[in-house]
Write a new protein. Structure first.
Length: 305
């Protein structure tokens, strides 16, 4: 998936979250609901996060330099990792703090119907953002399940937006439940409980994203299916077998392949060069992300033992 492949989902999330954040904060000022405040901060953090994802897409397109000869593709992983940290710190930790405070010192809500109305509208806007992210993800996830897509995707933006939007929708439901139960029971402690649940939810999502983005940031190789395809394509023509191989994603759209190949014995220099060129072409035809390929011809010393 190209750098711009998830831009539509990111922009949809950015616009939705910016509007939702403004509406929720207004609702908090009117009602004093801690759930509304937690959700306001959550949406504000999400809005900033979409901006960071867009920034990562832009900076990753810089041309390679002497100090960064493989380019800046991993900028997208770095900014996605920062997004996960922000979701944890600005979203989860703040919500937990505010919720615990309100449970200890509950305050009655004012104009709770305003909060309910804002939350219902926010659910509608967030649903649109989530739907957009789902449709964009379907274009690249293939037959993989959603959890497998989030765990295996080399493009960081869509898994981030998917989990953020899913968390935002569930958070809105919990906020609505907290406000609703506070009104029904007359006990504002439910608002604080709803806020704590929102904090726990965001914490779980943030930890999942931190783990996945860290894995991408420090370097992941080809998937099992892609690796098998690469090995099969290399071990053809005048290549007898792949002696050893290493792969590494240096960006979401660019994979490095380095391999040592055992060629058919007795080849002339020109034939060796042609065999290497043919092997590279076969791999690129089947795995387009394998853009940097370094192949070393060698003797198959295992046969001499």
């Amino acid at each position: 998936m190209s750098a711009g492949g998830g831009t539509k989902a990111i922009i949809a999330a950015l616009v939705a979250n910016a509007g939702i954040a403004a509406a929720k904060f207004t609702g908090f000022l009117i009602t004093g609901s801690s759930s509304m405040l937690a959700e306001s901060v959550h949406s504000l953090a999400d809005t900033s996060n979409q901006g960071l994802l867009l920034l990562g897409q832009k900076t990753s397109q810089r041309k390679a330099t002497r100090t960064h000869p493989f380019g800046f593709g991993r900028d997208r992983y770095f900014y996605s990792f920062i997004v996960a940290l922000m979701l944890f710190s600005l979203g989860s930790v703040f919500a937990l703090y505010e919720g615990i405070h309100k449970i200890g010192e509950p305050e009655p809500l004012t104009s709770p119907l305003v909060a309910v109305g804002i939350l219902v509208v926010a659910i509608g806007l967030e649903s649109y953002s989530f739907y957009t992210a789902i449709q964009e993800s379907k274009k690249i996830k293939g037959d993989a399940g959603w959890w497998a897509f989030i765990r295996q995707a080399k493009t960081p933006e869509l898994p981030v937006v998917l989990l953020e939007d899913a968390g935002a929708l569930l958070g809105l439901v919990f906020a609505l439940a907290g406000v609703g139960l506070s009104v029904i029971t007359g006990d504002p402690v439910w608002d604080g409980i709803g806020t704590v649940v929102i904090g726990l939810l965001l914490g779980v999502i943030a930890v999942i994203l931190i783990i996945e983005m860290k894995s991408l940031l420090i370097g992941e190789g080809a998937s099992e299916a892609d690796l098998d395809t690469i090995v099969d394509e290399l071990a053809a023509g005048k290549v007898e077998r792949v002696i050893h191989i290493r792969t590494l994603y240096i960006g979401p759209d660019e994979m490095l392949v380095a391999a040592k190949l055992a060629l058919v014995p007795g080849l002339e220099t020109g034939e060796v060069a042609q065999a290497i060129d043919d092997a590279e072409a076969r791999v690129r035809a089947k795995v387009p992300t394998a853009k940097l390929i370094y192949l070393e011809p060698d003797l198959d010393r295992s046969l001499a033992r």
